[in-house]
Design a protein around this ligand. Structure first.
Ligand SMILES: [Zn+2]
Length: 397
């Protein structure tokens, strides 16, 4: 049996959501195209429906994914799922020189917890073979601290969002292009849309290859850039379909994980758009091109360069205390310290949750911040066809 057939029959045999839809699926032929297309919202809060009964839940590990709704979705993996997907990702990394999971690397993060589950407030620290750098504040003093930490730690590779690496590269340019990381083999950018020019620039500053990993917490690697700069699908890990949506005129990426047995991901709309392209290339996997998508954003506040993820994290924390209070949201910067929070109330909306959100924002930004709340039933999409949780609206007044 092929990998795909194996995962499909595993899903209709052991996963509650697919057992429920079994008749519909079999009536439509039982192949991949008879499975319903699912969104993040179908899984959110209903993760148990998507877990295979073959694995005891306490034997699984999980990661939490974000997305534009600010409502976390848990993605579960068994040890063998993680091993199989991980091995495929390392194979791609080795296209750029030998690297191993135990090698030293630097990583950018949104949040780290201490062993007692409290939030680690340190912006830069070493944990085993990992140098952790916070992405939330990229002011010049912070970037200087990161340069010094990278030189002292001397990692074999760096992993992070292209926007943060771009800011770091700009800072190094101001240091007269000087950064000394002799062991550095490559930089892997991920998590956001990155264009070729941006990667070329980062590559010229760090004097090493910059690779592009397109992946998701649900299935890990979807595609990886080859040394010729194409984005190749990792076909042993995922089936990629492009679904044309009539109203947007864009082709949405729909993925099916081939190594997710604990939590099968079948025909899952990941929220990106793109297409297949033809290039002659000796590296394995069909080649895709993505159009736009997640873009990392920074804004100036109180003379600091801060990541818009600070807002996202506040809503994430809000949902930990008030699950389901907000369905959709958008922060709009309307003045230097003035912001508007537009929101669509969720099924469990509670008025008190807005006060709590205000408190969380003051904790992050200080009480110079001026926030107004606007309840709405529609938040417009950006030109890239995505709901963006932060918009600079200062020129729209
Ligand atoms: Zn290629």
């Amino acid at each position: 049996m092929g990998k795909l057939e194996d995962i499909l029959s595993h899903a209709i045999g052991t996963v509650p959501f697919y057992i429920k839809n079994k008749e519909y699926i079999l009536n439509n032929g039982g192949g991949l195209h008879s499975y319903p297309i699912i969104n993040r919202n179908d899984i959110c809060g209903k993760e148990n429906e998507f877990l295979s009964s073959r694995f005891p839940v306490n034997s699984l590990t999980h990661q939490t994914t974000s997305g534009s709704t600010g409502i976390p979705v848990k993605c579960f993996k068994s040890h063998s799922d993680a091993t199989r997907s991980g091995r495929l990702l390392w194979k791609c990394r080795n296209w750029f020189g030998k690297v191993y999971p135990n090698d030293k690397y630097a990583i950018f993060f949104l949040r780290r917890f201490n062993t007692d589950r409290t939030i680690n407030s340190s912006p830069c620290f070493v944990n085993g073979n990992q140098l952790n750098l916070s992405v939330l504040d990229l002011s010049p003093e912070r970037l200087e601290l990161y340069c010094e930490a990278l030189e002292a730690f001397n990692p074999n590779w760096i992993f992070g969002p292209p926007s943060a690496l771009y800011y770091l590269a700009k800072h190094i340019e101001k240091r007269k292009w000087s950064i000394n990381i002799p062991n550095l083999k490559f930089i892997e950018v991920t998590g956001e849309y990155s264009d070729t020019e941006q990667r070329k620039y980062i590559s010229s500053v760090f004097k090493c290859a910059v690779t592009n990993m397109y992946g998701s917490k649900e299935i890990w690697v979807i595609a990886y850039s080859c040394p010729n700069g194409h984005l190749h699908i990792v076909e042993d890990n995922v089936i990629v379909e492009f679904l044309s949506t009539e109203n947007s005129g864009r082709n949405e990426v729909v993925i099916t994980g081939l190594n997710n047995y604990a939590m099968p991901i079948i025909r899952y709309r990941i929220g990106d758009t793109g297409k297949f392209v033809d290039h002659h290339c000796l590296f394995p996997g069909r080649i895709i091109e993505l159009s736009g998508g997640r873009i990392g954003q920074y804004f100036l506040y109180n003379n600091k360069t801060l990541s818009t993820s600070n807002f996202y994290m506040a809503v994430y924390d809000l949902h930990r205390k008030y699950p389901g209070t907000i369905a959709q949201f958008q922060f709009r910067q309307i003045g230097n310290a003035d912001f508007e929070f537009m929101y669509i109330p969720g099924v469990n909306f509670q008025t008190g949750s807005l006060n709590y959100l205000e408190e969380l924002l003051y904790n992050t930004f200080g009480n110079m911040l001026n926030i107004t709340f606007t309840c709405t039933d529609f938040i417009p999409y950006s030109s890239s066809g995505k709901l963006s949780y932060f918009v600079d609206a200062r020129n729209q007044q």
